[in-house]
Design a protein around this ligand. Structure first.
Ligand code: GCB
Length: 650
């Protein structure tokens, strides 16, 4: 269970954030820190026993896993579901066991001045971790990192391999995020003994396993625990407010240096808190909004501590983008200029690796996004890997950072147990992602049953808490409710609405889309006067299916759905509609059902990242919208793209 503790209210009513105990800086190699990546093959076993508890009864963590029974080779990072040929493992619910033996450098184990951390990027859903048979960590939630200090354990077993055991349970309950429930089928005429299935209220496969890198890393015993950076802009001067938390010493010096891309030190400071001033700052601009988007400075923090043994230092370097975000009643401003989200919704999903992190896939996705002219995406429906967020910073792709609050539709998922967990998850998410300039808004949930009465208190509390954690970013949740019935909408800064006209409603009737989209926008606008994002729209499309006149599931139908939405969006986007995010970037896997043909096919790219016809349509649109900024450089780029389209069409 995550255990952030409040340590202080820092000016609760001011613009300063609540300060949380503990940091979650991404492990980095620096002059004072080393890192070991535990990616590769791990030993693995799923506990198929009737109660799934054999592993705990027999204490599989106490000796090497292969000594307690057969093991499989399991790649990390990856979901365990799709790498084998066994349907039972693919659909397994319960505890699985991962184990890896690793040799750590002697200096790590022997030097009392070295702190060694074990950090797990994501273990879906509930994880318990042992090192050499000793319990070191437990964590709830499949999409955020957690870590354990294992220095003392290594010291007592110096010279021995370090055995890391992780037990992971993918069971979802009404109080997990996302919620789910186990349904026991007791009719013995229809189901075998002890038969149960996992029900979920979301539309993606509940992949599980060690989904992201596992690292061992070191810091000195006194170390930089956390850095928080909040940028401001005053005319042409960039202001970088920083706050540094040091652990392990009361007696220290902190030096802070801000480097530009050319390697020039442009500002410096000392102490745990301060403001750096950068004259003529290069702002962090979104992709296609500026000829030099995504400008990143580097904030180098050096901690110096005097110990009995001499001087010890710790160094950490954080990429920093200077940009501001403001929301008015009808605009979303980045650096004071109106920003229009023309982007996508994604999933962490691909063949074989499921939700497992993969650099090649990630780079391909970013290349596709930029090809498309997409300037943004939403991390539907859970936080993505930290490496994804780093690339967003680097490429200028703007992010709506979503918590795993998807499928909150049952009454009991609005109670205090669920709410408390949701508050903790927001703390973990903000703690992890607060310094990314690409993150411009938090989304606390997707399509909750916000029409239920308890949703009012739930979202009021959740959104207020998120704003207290981060007063610099707007907060939303994504709704599929009617405006007058939505009990959470009063608390959001931006209205995000999903709709599937001519798909789930009026199926096949393309002619109603424009009217229905416009009416929906008007209704929301009349009630709230807040900016609106069309946060999902789309149609399932089987690549290679063609029908003219268009019919559902054909490539032509998907294109017309998009075109009809675009007509309505174009009427309102100069007014109060501030964005459009297609559902979905790529096809993705779901549970099996009569509604899904090998998963959800609403991607504009296939699951293998090949374009459907609609990808070209969207590309033409996104570049055209970007060009409306009339930046000469962009006009040129757009012209090239149009020529390219022309040539590829003729
Ligand atoms: C939605 C959900 C998304 C689904 C999509 C669909 O409203 O937010 O998770 O995948 O619709 O295709 O049904």
């Amino acid at each position: 269970m995550a255990c952030w503790l409040w340590v202080a209210w820092v000016a609760a009513l001011g613009s300063r954030a609540l300060v949380l105990a503990g940091g979650m800086l991404y492990p980095q190699e620096t002059p004072s820190r080393e890192r070991k990546d535990l990616s590769g093959l791990w030993d693995f076993r799923a506990d198929f026993s009737e109660d799934r508890n054999q592993g705990f009864r027999e204490r599989w963590y106490q000796s090497p896993l292969r000594e307690t029974g057969p093991v499989l080779d399991m790649p990390v990072p990856a979901s365990f579901n799709d790498v084998g040929q066994d349907a039972k493992l693919q659909n397994f619910i319960g505890w699985v066991w991962y184990e890896r033996q690793v040799m750590v450098p002697q200096s790590w184990a022997r030097d009392p001045g070295t702190r060694v951390m074990l950090r797990i990027g994501s273990a879906h859903y509930y994880a318990i971790v042992w090192v050499n048979g000793v319990h070191v960590a437990e964590h709830e939630g499949g999409h955020l990192p957690f870590e354990a200090d294992i220095s003392r354990l290594l010291r007592s077993d110096a010279g021995e391999p370090c055995r890391v055991t992780v037990a992971i349970n993918n069971t979802l309950t009404p109080h997990t995020l996302p919620p789910g429930q186990i349904e026991y089928k007791t009719d013995r005429l229809r189901y075998p003994k002890n038969y149960f299935i996992q029900l979920t209220h979301f539309d993606f496969f509940n992949y599980a396993g060690l989904h992201r890198p596992v690292f061992l890393y070191t810091t000195p015993a006194s170390y930089i625990e956390d850095i928080s950076v909040t940028p401001e802009v005053a005319q042409s001067t960039g202001l970088v407010n920083y706050e540094i938390v040091v652990h392990g010493s009361e007696n220290f010096e902190l030096d802070v240096l801000l480097w530009d891309k050319e390697g020039r030190a442009v500002a410096k400071g000392t102490g745990a808190r301060g403001q750096l001033q950068v004259p003529d700052a290069q702002l962090w601009w979104p992709y296609l909004m500026h000829e030099q988007p995504a400008y990143l400075y580097s904030l180098e923090v050096t901690l110096v501590v005097q110990t009995g043994a001499g001087t010890v230092s710790d160094v950490y370097t954080l990429p920093v983008g200077i940009r501001t975000v403001t929301v008015t009643h009808n605009q979303f401003l980045i650096n004071g200029k109106p920003f229009y989200f023309h982007g996508v919704n994604k999933h962490e999903d691909s063949d074989i690796r499921g939700k497992g992190f993969d650099w090649a896939l990630l780079v391909k996705d970013f290349n596709l996004l930029r090809w498309l002219g997409a300037n943004s995406f939403r991390t539907s429906h859970y936080p993505y890997a930290e490496e994804v967020m780093q690339l967003c910073d680097r490429y200028g792709i703007v992010v709506i950072d979503e918590a795993p609050g998807v499928g909150i539709v049952q009454w009991e998922s609005f109670g205090n147990i669920s709410l408390n967990h949701h508050l903790e998850v927001m703390e973990e998410l903000v703690q992890r992602d607060k310094n990314h300039p690409s993150v411009v808004m938090w989304s606390v949930a997707n399509e909750p049953a916000s029409w239920l009465p308890p949703a009012a208190y739930y979202f009021k509390t959740l959104i207020a808490h998120t704003k207290a954690l981060d007063p610099t970013r707007p907060v939303t949740f994504v709704s599929n409710s009617r405006p007058e019935a939505d009990n959470g909408a009063p608390y959001v800064d931006v209205i995000c609405i999903n709709s599937y006209y001519s798909w789930y409603h009026d199926s096949g009737h393309l002619e109603v889309i424009q009217l229905q989209v416009s009416t929906t926008f008007e209704n929301w606008n009349q009630l709230y006067q807040k900016p609106i994002i069309q946060s999902e729209y789309g149609a399932d499309t089987i690549p290679g299916f063609h029908q003219d006149p268009p019919k559902m599931f054909s490539e032509e139908y998907q294109k017309v759905v998009l075109q009809q939405y675009h007509l309505a969006l174009d009427q309102k986007r100069k007014d109060y509609v501030i964005g459009e995010l297609i559902w979905n970037f790529a096809d993705f896997m779901t549970d099996q059902s009569v509604m899904r043909v090998m998963g959800n096919k609403k991607g504009i790219f296939t699951r293998q990242r090949q374009p459907k016809g609609s990808a070209f349509l969207l590309r033409e649109r996104y570049w055209r919208i970007a060009n409306e900024t009339r930046h000469p450089h962009l006009a040129m780029v757009t012209q090239c793209v149009e020529n390219q389209l022309f040539y590829s069409l003729n």
